[in-house]
Design a protein around this ligand. Structure first.
Ligand code: AMP
Length: 216
């Protein structure tokens, strides 16, 4: 099974993807995470991407398509993939279709997680994570039991993404509206799109996504 999680920044795509990986043994391919790894490694791609990411803009299609295609080999597709943060433009959606059909595969579900824009800034600006194990936290909604200490691994280095500030989030929302939302009709037309209400507790959203998958 292959699926895409679509939705604005802060919709909970990454969190849901992690849970679905546990549930179905899929391979999670997150282009944002791949780019952050490139930045950490100090690569040329990372340096170029960082400026755009910090400005809340999308990185060029050819760069992203190159990154994702290098991760979609037989092994990943044999397990099934869950795409989080890709595709974000019509050109990316078309390239994805071409990559899948070349391997005799299809996209089974495209799930849009819909969230009110008002809630997004608060969600994103309050979030942080453990630098060691990646566990996610929030200033208001999910504080660690002991301040400054990761509940899961005990690490004390808790970090925030440099693009998780209000000004950048507003630009990321504009990019979503102008460049990513226009791909929704593309998936609506081929019948693979389902929209779930992401303005609810994470477990409820997860249950609804599992229901969509179970219905086939
Ligand atoms: P994310 O972790 O999905 O929120 O992505 C963080 C940032 O990485 C985005 O704001 C973009 O600058 C960049 N990015 C991630 N995925 C893509 C993509 N598919 N196309 C273009 N830019 C992307």
């Amino acid at each position: 099974m292959n699926l895409i999680l679509l939705g604005p920044p802060g919709a909970g795509k990454g969190t849901q993807a992690e849970r679905l990986v546990e549930e179905y043994g899929l391979v999670q391919l997150s282009t944002g995470e791949m780019l952050r790894q490139e930045i950490k490694a100090g690569s040329e791609i990372g340096n170029e991407a960082k400026k755009l990411m910090d400005a809340g803009q999308l990185v060029p299609d050819d760069m992203i398509i190159g990154l994702i295609s290098s991760r979609m080999d037989g092994e990943e597709l044999a397990k099934g993939i869950i795409l989080d943060g890709f595709p974000r433009t019509t050109a990316q959606a078309e390239a994805l279709d071409a990559m899948l059909s070349e391997k005799g595969q299809v996209m089974d579900h495209v799930i849009q997680i819909d969230v009110d824009e008002d809630a997004i800034v608060e969600r994103i600006c309050g979030r942080f994570s453990c630098a060691e194990c990646g566990a996610g936290y929030h200033d208001t909604f999910l504080k660690p039991a002991e301040e400054g200490v990761c509940d899961k691994c005990g690490n004390t280095e808790l970090v925030r993404r440099t693009d998780d500030n209000e000004e950048t989030v507003r630009s990321r929302l504009v990019a979503y509206r102008l460049q990513t939302a226009p791909i929704l009709p593309y998936y609506e037309k081929n019948g693979s799109l389902t929209t779930v209400d992401g303005n609810r507790p994470m477990e409820e959203v997860l249950d609804e996504i599992k229901g969509v998958i179970a219905a086939g």
